[in-house]
Design a binder for this molecule. Structure first.
Ligand code: PHE
Length: 337
């Protein structure tokens, strides 16, 4: 019996030396410590031992079994924490480190702001909850202008119609002009709200970036130069532009800016809906009424303003055609930019 035990001890010592991870630990347990394992077989062989030798053989086997159990437990403890969680397994492949990242909308706003600040613009901010004066009145919206209608505007308090969620960042133009005298060069990124049905093309809450430049002798040529310089840096150095006449109450003249599609270079593709052109901004010369409403003399100063929707910019860059994808936090979409 003693010989038997020593033979098995040699085997087990060799196997113990092989234990390097959870897998080999389990392998050891299955070979030696289960009901049909080597140690149990040894215990059973006690039956064949002559009665006289049984007590001595029995205690030798017991001592051996506790030794095996101790050795096993020591290794098990090394691999497992108290909660049974594997702490050290040097053979496991490394886990992928997943890092958070900045949302494509914020990334895009940051890039736009960087370009304009490098051109001498400052960043200005205003409240999301606005009054009628800043969102409409001082922007030269006539009292019966349809954009004031309940259709478009979220009112904050059903009892009063002068407190609302801003429908555009142009309200910040007014706040800036009320508070500083020219020269003014500001860029105003922010969240805006419109009471619209959510669809692939529109959300009730989205982002705009507004720009404002007021000084002596600012002309439409400055407006065109600034917008094209920005768009060439941001989208495409070889882009071509066209300014289409348009209407906004707060600018005169007003224009819509189109840029040749940066993807197909004007040939026509999915992004530009096969027109070769992308609409990138609304703009115009600040209306004299707006300047005077803010205490700036339109006889002395002139200015331009422009504005565009950030979600649209991000959609064009990512090549996606459903605006809702930007708010569903699907990592496959978020990782694209
Ligand atoms: N505020 C306009 C809009 O929301 C965009 C715009 C801004 C147009 C500045 C001209 C000048 O559509």
């Amino acid at each position: 019996m003693r010989e038997h035990i020593e033979q098995l001890r040699a085997v087990i010592e060799a196997d113990l030396a092989q234990i390097t991870n959870a897998e080999t630990l389990e392998q050891f347990r299955l070979t030696h410590m289960v009901r049909k394992g080597t140690v149990q077989k040894l215990v059973e062989s006690l039956r064949t031992v002559p009665v006289a030798e049984k007590p001595a053989a029995g205690s030798a086997i017991n001592a051996f079994r506790s030794w095996v159990e101790d050795e096993f437990q020591k290794r098990k403890d090394a691999f497992e924490g108290s909660a049974g969680v594997l702490l050290v397994d040097v053979a496991l492949p490394a886990r992928n480190a997943t890092r958070g990242s900045i949302h494509p909308i914020t990334q895009t706003v940051n890039e736009i702001v960087d370009i304009f600040t490098s051109m001498g613009f400052e960043v200005a901010d205003g409240p999301d909850v606005e009054d009628d004066t800043h969102n409409f009145e001082k922007l030269n919206f006539a009292p019966d202008h349809p954009a004031r209608d309940m259709q478009d505007t979220f009112f904050v308090d059903s009892e009063r119609n002068d407190l609302l969620l801003r429908t555009h960042t142009s309200s910040v133009q007014i706040r800036v002009m009320e508070n500083m005298q020219p020269p003014i060069r500001c860029i105003m990124p922010g969240r805006v709200y419109r009471n619209e049905a959510v669809s692939a093309r529109s959300l009730a809450e989205f982002h705009q970036v507004e720009g404002l430049y007021v000084d002596k002798g600012v002309s439409m040529a400055d407006l065109k130069g600034t917008i094209t310089a920005f768009a060439k840096r941001f989208y495409d150095a070889d882009a071509r532009f066209r300014f289409r006449t348009s209407f906004f109450p707060f600018t005169e003249p007003s224009a819509e800016v189109d840029m040749s599609c940066f993807l197909c270079k004007g040939q026509g593709c999915r992004i530009c809906k096969h027109t070769g052109w992308l609409e990138i901004a609304g703009c115009g010369m600040v209306h004299p009424n707006v300047l005077s409403a803010c205490g700036i003399d339109p006889e002395v100063y002139s200015g331009f303003a422009f504005g565009f929707g950030v979600e649209r910019v991000v959609m064009m860059r990512m090549g996606i055609d459903d605006i809702r994808l930007l708010y569903q936090n699907d990592l496959r979409v978020l990782r694209q930019l």
